[in-house]
Each structure stands twice: as structure tokens, then as C-alpha cells.
Ligand binder design. Structure first.
Ligand code: MN3
Length: 197
């Protein structure tokens, strides 16, 4: 069965004004959709067509001859994960187990937020900022282009897309304002808690 574009977990205007309906229409309806379509075309009539997205990503990571499959499979996975990393009226200080783990591994929420902002702002060009679990410890990491924690034996807990298409319609060149809005108004800590397992 072909891979499908999952619906957004909220209405297109639900994250407004921090992320506009217009941005979500393009970002989900055009960009995310194109990765799914490209992936289906690339794996058609191969054993990968019936594999899980995660198995495809792990199977082709680091294989230069399969970079196109990796990029489109990873971007399909990354965007679904990104939509779920946000919710309307989200953001602010964490709750539940993730709050305790952030205090333990970063010192406090403010130190985590500063590290996350730095990673997201300094990812040169296109990429992603992540909160991950790495060997039992929380870490902030950034990845370039389609790269993702799964390719580095890390468990993703939250992500922020810092490709220009994620914020240009709403923030133009002001990536730091987009990062701040994500932290203050959008982060879905329930999703991070669920990903802690
Ligand atoms: Mn994107």
C-alpha cells in the first residue's frame, strides 16, 4: 500500500497567529504532500513499497546511492512528527515526566529553552532542531536538510522545522521570532511525554 499524507492533527487555522493557515496550507498540503508523492514514486515496485517508513529510513541512511529515498522518507516522517510536536495553546513550561527530565538533564526549563533556541537559530540553511533521548539522557540536537535522530540511534521527543518554507510567509527572515513563538505558544508537551515511553 502506498504511503499517505496524514491529516493535520488540528484545523489549518488552529495555530494562528503563530503559524498561519496559509503557511499550513502550503507546508502540509504542498511540501509534506510532495515528499509523500516522491517517496511513493521512488519505492514503487520495490520491497520498500511495503516496508514501514522507519525501516526504510534506517535501511537507506548513509547510502549515497539511495539519498533520494532517504530524503523523501525522512521528510515524510519529520513533518508528521513536527505537526504532532505542536498544539493550539501549547508551549510554555513543560508538565509531567518531561518537566522532571528537563530539570535533571538541563538544569531548568530556561536553560533548555536557551539551548533549543541556539540550536534552531544556528542551523545553517535548511534543517531541524530536536529534543531527543540519547543513551537515556535528554539532549538538544540540530540536523541538516532531511537528517533525523532515528539515523543516529536517538529517540525524537519534539522537533521544530527551520527550513525557510516553515516560517517565511509569517516571519520572513525573522527565524528567531518563529522559534520563540514555537516555544511560548505551540510546543505539545503531552506528545513529548508520550515519546518518552
Ligand atoms: Mn518543512
Amino acid at each position: 500500500m502506498a504511503f499517505e499524507l496524514p491529516p493535520l492533527p488540528y484545523a489549518e487555522n488552529a495555530l494562528d497567529p503563530h503559524i498561519s493557515a496559509k503557511t499550513l496550507q502550503f507546508h502540509h498540503g504542498k511540501h509534506h504532500n510532495a515528499y509523500v508523492t516522491n517517496l511513493n514514486n521512488l519505492v514503487k515496485d520495490t520491497p520498500m513499497a511495503s516496508a514501514s517508513l522507519e525501516d526504510i529510513i534506517k535501511g537507506v541512511a548513509g547510502d549515497a546511492a539511495k539519498a533520494g529515498i532517504f530524503n523523501n522518507a525522512a521528510q515524510t516522517w519529520n513533518h508528521t512528527f513536527f505537526w504532532n510536536s505542536m498544539k493550539p495553546q501549547g508551549g510554555g513550561a513543560p508538565t509531567g515526566e518531561i518537566a522532571k527530565r528537563i530539570d535533571k538533564d538541563f538544569g531548568d526549563y530556561a536553560k533548555f529553552a536557551a539551548e533549543f533556541k541556539q540550536a534552531a537559530a544556528t542551523q545553517f540553511g535548511s534543517g531541524w532542531a530536536w529534543l531527543v533521548l540519547d543513551g537515556g539522557k535528554l539532549k538538544v540536537v540540530k540536523t541538516a536538510n532531511a537528517d533525523l535522530p532515528l539515523a543516529h540511534k536517538q529517540t525524537a521527543l519534539l522537533t521544530l522545522d527551520v527550513w525557510e518554507h516553515a516560517y517565511y510567509l509569517d516571519y520572513q527572515n525573522r527565524r528567531p521570532d518563529f522559534i520563540q513563538a514555537y516555544l511560548d505558544h505551540l510546543v505539545n508537551w503531552d506528545f513529548a511525554n508520550k515519546n518518552l515511553g
